[in-house]
Design a protein around this ligand. Sequence first.
Ligand SMILES: [Cu+2]
Length: 197
Amino acid sequence: MKSRTKTTTAGMALVGIFAGGIALAHSGATGVVKERMDGMVALRDGVREVTPMMRGQADYDADAVAAFARTLQEHSGEAMTELFPEGSGGGVSKAQDAVWTDWEEFEALAMRLEVLGEALERASANAPAGGGGAAATDMMGMGSAMTDDTGMGGMMGTAQPMAMDLDSLAELPVDHLFLQVSQTCSACHTKYRAEGN
Ligand SMILES: [Cu+2]
């Protein structure tokens, strides 16, 4: 507990060197690059914690899912994009140039993650639906909203960019939202993060 360190103060590079409480999973990273990596790692840890619940391999814990949803909101949207200032690629960073040459889509994915985080928090009280998505969609009386977009209700939860507002998203079963979350991570990494380590 005591070693929780501030990384966002002035003189960040120095603080980074002495930040004993933060795992050196990416030693060499400093400043804004380290900050965004730490944010990403927080997201990954959250995904790891919640995944078994979404698969029905662990008891559903609404509080833990809500906490993860807040972590998502904290590290997505503008909070994420502001950690990718122009010129902050290269070196130990795995960010591809596409982040800056194709900023609009990058930003849209970051924003989408934030909306999904809000929806997930609101939906967290309901246990996962499990199984296919089509039935659940119809149950909520929004089959048309979904199928009009994708043309295939059974494929709900795939990375189709469905134009759904927050209220509609928040009515989706948590496991479907979670799937969309992880697909948003993947979609961004595929294009904007270099492979390997
Ligand atoms: Cu790293």
